[in-house]
Design a protein around this ligand. Sequence first.
Ligand code: NAD
Ligand code: DAU
Length: 333
Amino acid sequence: MRLLVTGAAGFIGSTFLRVALEARPDDELVVLDKLTYAGRRENLAGIEDRIEFVHGAIEDRELVHKTMAGCQAVVNFAAESHVDRSIADQDVFARAHVIGTSVLLDAARDHGVTRYLQVSTDEVYGSIEEGSFTETSPLNPSSPYSATKAGGDLLVSAHAHTYGLEAVICRGSNNYGPRQYPEKLIPLCVLNALAGDSLPVYGDGRQVRNWLYVEDFARAIHLVLQEGASGEVYNVGGPDEVENIEVVKRIVELTGAGERLIEYVRDRPGHDRRYSLSSGKVRALGWEPLTHFAAGLERTVDWYRDNEWWWSPIRSGEYREYYERQYGRSLTG
Ligand code: NAD
Ligand code: DAU
């Protein structure tokens, strides 16, 4: 199979490439990535000679057509992934998630692609006080990030319904693990703790996230790509639900930093209180998460501790300006 994987220079996509190469070493993998601040060639270290890399955006119709020619399957990871950035400026989110998805779907039809997989998020369902979202729960996104992701999902379903495109959607909960850009809660706090910087907790810190180790999500996507029923949605939730303040306290423990670094800051506007997914449908295909939060977090902290070569250029680049804009202060170190 020749497979086009978009956005695979990012955190989850680059993990998926490794899982896919391990599971089906003879598949040909073509990566299309715009290399935004979050897309990094370093994420492909060790597998560069096993993939074809094309630099460009999924909104670029001509390039997408050229790159998709000869591919039987498409997995779309390409996205702007950070909620706080979408609150500051949503344009690029709408372009990538809605226009980009539309261009990919048109091309998939034209090229006779036999399997299209859209990588999506639990955030399209909005927040849930109790219980868990199923695949039939209504979409109720709260942020520009999740609203534009929901727009992409609806286009995928419409293409499956209207044109019979063999499409599936995987909605994952909060991922964590190696190579996650340090704007997200876990890597941000790990690197700040290691550097002795403060650990910003939004609002009261009692928001709950359903943590999923990145390799577990990548394995689920690979399985749904092979076994998922066309036109269907599959939720992929992590095994543990943890309050943000608890996550930060565990990072303090694992890094040996002091709890005095924890600082409650202004809440995220429109902050979703709790996410929780029911994953019965993907479990029925044979998937289960292998990594619990305690072990996965320890592995993640170790990875960041051992891979300064990966994060040190990030912390000294565009990220510093972003951090000042977002938190109103600069990083030390
Ligand atoms: P990421 O920000 O680490 O990576 C995104 C990648 O997409 C980068 O390589 C970037 O260069 C590329 N990209 C962005 N815009 C593009 C465009 N217009 N054209 C081509 N490439 C483009 O994000 P991630 O955390 O790896 O997320 C990957 C996917 O998984 C996204 O669709 C996201 O919505 C979804 N998701 C993420 C999580 C999570 O917790 N991180 C959970 C569920 C679903
Ligand atoms: O749920 C899946 C989603 O998870 C993905 O679709 C998104 O791409 C991904 O970014 C993630 O979204 P969140 O907004 O949940 O992740 P983030 O790491 O930004 O925040 C996790 C929680 O921590 C959230 O409740 C906000 C809070 N937070 C975050 C940051 C960056 C803080 O308290 N302080 C912070 O500095």
